[in-house]
Design a protein around this ligand. Structure first.
Ligand SMILES: Cc1ncc(COP(=O)(O)O)c(C=O)c1O
Length: 394
């Protein structure tokens, strides 16, 4: 079977079919190439591979056929030229920065990004001469005035974690390009099923495959998608430094991509119902979900996304004590910081995903003590509401 032409097919077809090359065995499912290295027919062939005169595999730190199928499928789904799979979402961000930036360069990042990404920028990359200014995701003027002559990247997540703020990707891409910068979008919450940042002008898309792309909480992985030339630099970093995706994980993620469109439909449907129900509860101070009319950027989300996603956050009255009581009372929700799973999860961002931020950084990011984040999964939505109702009356 030869590879399908991504330009010919619609997203749901690409999710199931893109990238696969069937071997002479005629297998229906993709092959798992569990091998660290590859054998050459003779010494001359080995030399030709190493010199680059002959294309082909050498060593799975940098190429593996199963990983390649995952990369091609995700690139096709995002509408990007090339994808590089990495060992985790964090190593996708690290590899992008290490490959494309040098000491003295500056990044402007949204304040509302994953806490560990803040740590990477502030505590790790700062040691190598990179500096970052954090701005409010939805404040265009703040992005504009934070850009300096040495700024190279604008970095954001949209919707943000955990407050589901929305960035205007098109507007920020135009700003980035006018000022000679690249726009990098972490598309983890929406996935290519709900949002395609390249169609809005973004230059690079990042994924934590650990989340919705897997969808069943099994493996850690990440990816960077973008133009061929830029990705060649990231590939060179990966080849040398080695934060590579394992073939087994790539195989699991491939199976995840096949069901991603139908899973995202269910996540969106259930999350909308849970969010609407939460909004009517007297013990809830505020609900954050882009699908609610009360969300300040509901219209932008409707324009930019084809669905509102599975993440719902809310503030329970009574601060940390009330939030922890509710979390501990639920029977169905798993208390875990992961998200994007068919199993619904519940977490207290201030003491988990965002605990490494200083009090000041948390306050600036709006991570208050009463805040709870749900990743709404595929259980019956009436059971989920009943579970939260029991927690709220505890
Ligand atoms: C939006 C976002 N980006 C990146 C990451 C990092 O991904 P990983 O845990 O796969 O390293 C996470 C993890 O939670 C995340 O939520």
């Amino acid at each position: 079977m030869s590879k399908i032409d991504p330009g010919r097919y619609r997203p749901k077809t690409l999710a199931v079919r893109a990238g696969q090359v069937r071997s002479a065995e005629g297998e229906h499912s993709e092959l798992l190439f569990a091998t660290s290295s590859y054998v050459f027919r003779n010494a001359a062939e080995a030399a030709a591979r190493f010199s680059g005169d002959q294309p082909g595999n050498i060593y799975s730190r940098f190429t593996n056929p199963t990983v390649r199928v995952f990369e091609e499928r995700l690139a096709a789904m995002e509408g990007g030229e090339r994808c590089i799979a990495t060992a985790s979402g964090m190593s996708a961000i690290l590899s992008t920065c290490m490959a494309l930036l040098k000491a003295g360069d500056h990044i402007v990042a949204s304040r509302s990004i994953f806490g560990t990404t803040v740590g990477l920028l502030n505590n790790v990359l700062s040691k190598f001469g990179l500096s970052t200014t954090f701005v409010d995701l939805a404040d265009y003027t703040a992005w504009e005035s934070a850009i300096r002559p040495e700024t190279r990247l604008l970095f954001l997540e949209t919707p943000s974690n955990p407050l589901t703020e929305i960035a205007d990707i098109r507007r920020l891409a135009d700003l980035a390009h006018a000022r000679g910068c690249l726009l990098v979008v972490d598309n983890c919450f929406c996935t290519p099923v709900l949002q395609q940042p390249f169609s809005l002008g973004a230059d690079l898309v990042i994924h934590s495959a650990t989340k919705y792309l897997d969808g069943q909480g099994r493996c850690i992985g990440g990816a960077v998608i973008g133009g061929r030339e830029r990705l060649e630099d990231i590939f060179a970093f990966l080849r040398t430094a080695g934060p590579t995706m394992s073939p087994f994980n790539a195989w699991v993620f491939l199976k995840g991509l096949e069901t991603l469109p139908v899973r995202m439909e269910t996540h969106c449907k259930n999350a909308q119902q849970v969010a609407e129900w939460l909004e009517g509860q007297p013990r809830i101070e505020r609900v954050y979900y882009p699908g609610l009319n009360s969300h300040p950027q509901h219209e932008l989300a409707a324009r930019q996304q084809s669905g509102y996603g599975g993440i719902v956050s809310f503030i329970v009255k009574g601060g940390r004590a009330a939030a922890w009581r509710l979390i501990d009372s639920t029977q169905l929700f798993s208390i875990t910081a992961n998200l994007g799973d068919t199993k619904s999860t519940i977490t207290h961002p201030a003491t988990t995903t965002h605990h490494r931020l200083t009090d000041e950084q948390r306050a600036e990011a709006g991570i208050v003590e009463g805040l709870i984040r749900l990743s709404v999964g595929h259980e019956d939505v009436e059971d989920l509401k009943a579970d939260l109702a029991a927690g709220l009356s505890a």
